[in-house]
Design a protein around this ligand. Structure first.
Ligand code: ADP
Ligand code: ZN
Length: 513
């Protein structure tokens, strides 16, 4: 095993979990592994594929990336091929022939092929060493890219009863994991859940003041390095790419609205280091294996923590330090809200709102960024200080907010924990809102005590209370805020509280809940 690792792959050792997974597969055991992007999943199946007799079958949803994966494996001298609808028929039969003759270590196929009778017959004609299901979360309706085709794979263990099955995903939520495991029908599998911590990534959030100027300053820190700038809309991608080009910076745009060939050219230029920067919508990145991305900048607010984690996760796959910066303005919240409001399905809309509010909490609170990211995946970060986020590095200016926090907490307590953020803030700021007056909340002791501060300030403070887990918010469309135990000492003035110094510049639009 180790000598193949050195000789074929040129690696001096294993990364976390790789050895255990490889051993299980070599022993003929099923595996289910959740590993973050850059964790080194390919090696986990390519190494046993080289060692074991027969051909390993790799089921992968991304036809566009099969060629890259095959080219990568071939560069290491592995006998690899792919079979999909983009190949002309004569090549398909040539590859089928190579498989029959046992001349392949790896055969990549799309799941829909797996459903075809002809292909199932082919499988019976030559030994299969191992079946790999890449991006296994595509089987789960709870995941963000469910593919109905993938459900045909639930019969895989019946079809290949004597072959170990290894399923991999980088999508981390426990719900998706449980659902996918249930659908796969694996036989007493080794289940691996790698840590989602990416220790070589540094996280930072800056208040967005003058977006363009800040972007240029950030790029100044990364002269000549490869990086991705994410923006929300195609239009802003084009504008930012043009602006950078005018400044003599090597940047190219990428979004789904560009012609196919231009998109491909730009992506390849980035992979080959012919451009430094790719300015992109989130359409960019799925399956991009560029190891030396040194920074990822989000110039607009991401829609979810999950998305933010995946997008920043493309940086530093080589294990060297890389930087992730989010430019955040409360003024960006209404823009995302605008899109969420167009979602017709109530449940979906509720989910999108929850996701947004978690991103806002991530961005505006003073809790370690890494801790919040890992917390989202149900992983508790063991250290007090991660030493590689702006909060832990102490680069954020903090202010005491004990008194203001008490005002909010007491407004929540005095209204029996039955209201949402907007209403609580209305009480504290002394709003004349009709519902509030009807409820008689203008007679509360906390009514109007905080009217000298903006609603934006109160919203940030409430996010801080959420992040520090003094309060919690119910999920869904009408999220009520509840007090948690940690709120009591603060209410009784037995503890103090700090928050990030609030964003100075006032934005035109006030965010809604
Ligand atoms: P994933 O598919 O999990 O995102 P990859 O399989 O593409 O990750 O691996 C990410 C990077 O790590 C690749 O550049 C790969 O060459 C490298 N890599 C994987 N395993 C090792 C190892 N044991 N030692 C050094 N580099 C590794
Ligand atoms: Zn930290």
């Amino acid at each position: 095993m180790r000598s193949t690792l050195h000789k074929v792959f040129g690696f001096s050792g294993f990364r976390p979990n790789q050895e255990e997974i490889v051993r299980a597969i070599l022993d003929g055991r099923d595996v289910f592994a959740v590993m973050p992007t850059g964790g080194g999943k390919s090696l986990c199946y390519q190494l046993p594929a080289v060692i074991l007799e027969g051909t390993a079958l790799i089921l992968s949803p991304l036809i566009a990336l099969m060629k890259d994966q095959v080219d990568g494996a071939r560069a290491n001298g592995i006998r690899a091929a792919y079979l999909n609808s983009t190949l002309p028929p004569f090549e398909q039969s040539e590859i089928a022939g190579q498989f029959r003759n046992g001349h392949l270590d790896l055969l990549y196929v799309a799941p829909e092929r797996f459903a075809q009778e002809g292909f199932r017959q082919l499988l019976g004609e030559s030994p299969v060493s191992l079946a790999v299901i890449d991006e296994a979360h595509c089987m789960s309706e709870w995941g963000h890219d469910f593919r109905p085709d993938y459900l045909t794979l639930s019969s895989i263990s019946e079809l290949l009863p004597d072959v170990p099955i290894a399923a991999f995903t980088a999508t981390a939520t426990h719900r998706v994991q449980a659902d996918t495991l249930g659908k796969l029908g694996l036989r007493c599998p080794l289940v691996i859940r790698a840590s989602f911590d990416r220790p070589n990534l540094t996280y930072e959030v800056l208040f967005k003041e003058n977006g363009r100027q800040q972007l240029l300053e950030l790029l100044g820190r990364h002269c000549g390095q490869a990086g991705i700038i994410y923006r929300t809309s195609r239009k802003s991608v084009n504008e930012t790419a043009k602006m950078l080009q005018k400044k003599g910076i090597r940047a190219l745009p990428y979004h789904a609205g560009l012609p196919d060939d231009e998109r491909r050219r730009n992506q390849e230029a980035f992979i080959r280091d012919e451009t430094d920067i790719i300015v992109a919508t989130i359409a960019f990145g799925m399956g991009i294996d560029k190891p030396n991305i040194r920074f990822v900048i989000h110039a607009d607010l991401p829609k979810s923590i999950e998305g933010y984690y995946q997008e920043t996760g493309r940086a530093g796959r080589d294990g060297e330090p890389a930087h992730c910066t989010l430019l955040f303005s409360q003024g960006d919240i209404p823009k995302v809200r605008f899109f969420i409001d167009t979602i017709i399905d109530e449940q979906e809309r509720g989910k999108a709102l929850d996701a947004l509010s978690k991103v806002v909490t991530f961005a505006s609170s003073s809790v370690c960024r890494r801790k919040i990211l890992l917390d989202h995946f149900g992983e508790s970060y063991p250290k007090e200080n991660c030493a590689s986020c702006d909060i832990c590095l102490g680069t954020k200016e903090m202010v005491d907010c004990t008194r203001e926090a008490q005002m909010i907490l007491s407004a929540i307590a005095r209204t029996d924990q039955r209201f949402g953020a907007t209403h609580i803030i209305d009480i504290v700021t002394g709003s004349r809102n009709r519902k509030l007056l009807e409820l008689g909340h203008d007679r509360l002791k906390t009514y109007g005590v905080g009217k000298n501060k903006s609603k934006k300030f109160w919203r940030q403070l409430l996010d801080e209370l959420l992040a520090q887990k003094l309060v919690v918010k119910a999920e869904g469309l009408y999220p009520t805020i509840y007090l948690l135990e940690k709120a009591l000492p603060l209410l009784k003035s037995e503890s103090e509280m700090e928050m990030q110094k609030p964003e100075e510049r006032s934005s035109r639009a006030e965010p809604k809940t």
